[in-house]
Write a protein of this length. Sequence first.
Length: 424
Amino acid sequence: MRNWTLKTGASLLALAVFAYGAGAMAGEKKARPAVRPASEAVLTGTPSSYGASGAQGVYMGEAKAPDVRNPDVKTDVKKGDCPKGAIAGDHPDLPAYVVKDARPNQCYTRLMKAPVLETYAEKVLVEPERVETRTLPEEWRWAERKVMVQPERVERKVIPAVTRKVYEERVVQEASWREETVPPVYEKRMESVMVRPARQEWVRSEGIATGAALVTPGEHRPVRYRADGMLSWPGKEPVVIQSDAETTEYLQKGSAQTVWCLKEVPAEYRRMERMVEVEPASVRRVKVPARVEKVERLIIEREEEVVEKVIPATYRTEKYKEITAPARTEKYTVPAVYKTVDKTRAVKAPEPVWREVLCERNTTPAKVKEIQIALTKRGYDPGPVDGTLGTKTVAAMQKFQADQGLPQGQISVEAAEALGVKIR
């Protein structure tokens, strides 16, 4: 009876200790603040489909460390994560300099660089110029000139050359060495061979549409692309600009451009049998003598000579009428009258440019919150200051980019640092 009581008490004590420990762990878990990890996505809202309402793809990627414990085991890489092709090769969408300089977890997309405008003074015609004419008679005088009676000529006499024949030996083929190759010796060995080297590939994702591919500084009015291929720049006096093919494509697709990010893929190995060279091939040299032959050669004792004699030309003198000034009509121009008018024109057309932009791989909610606070202080409305990279935040940053003369569209690293937020 006593033993049963002791066992029952020990069991109850163990249950109490376990319940206390579980309660403490639950309390600690409940008291811990919920912090979103840096790798958690910060983009909210579903981007528009490619080309349908202005949203284009954002290209990003991730860096994974290779498994160095066993080179024979392949790392699991999902098919279709990235476009085919290594970083050293060509890429279907990215320019060569972006592919060359990109580092893992960087995201790239096209932004629109605004046109450069200038105000200039233009003269407007008030009264056209007029022309008055008058005719002047021909003027002449008597003059003398020499007329050739017989041209200059040259008489030539050829003195033939003096030659003789000699015979001499000539080397047809120089002495040389012939090499005989002794083949190498091989043996079989089992080795771990790399079947696919480590490489870097690109991942694509969609950007966020702002509603306008390009806006004006200050008033932030959207720039329109017309059906005739011209670009209408709004203002007090609208400016019409001829856009190139790349600018037209950018404006038709909208402000949210495709973003690319670089991804590292580890090397793949497998065990295989290889033939290894044990003794290298050797070479034995054999001398080949020179081959000569007799040839006939013509020696010139004295070169052929040509003797020339020049007979000068003969002339006679005659008089003729020399026209000093032909009959002509003179025109007198009364200049036109103009007035000066101020106009605006584009010095440089807008163009799409590639820049590094923010995405879930290179930023955190805390950095997005810093950007939203900085935009609010500058007088731009980014929406709620909640650390979420949404449409209102991207649109507010686009207005800041327009006012600062920076390329517009997605939030570039360049624009964030111009706002005072350090990304790296």
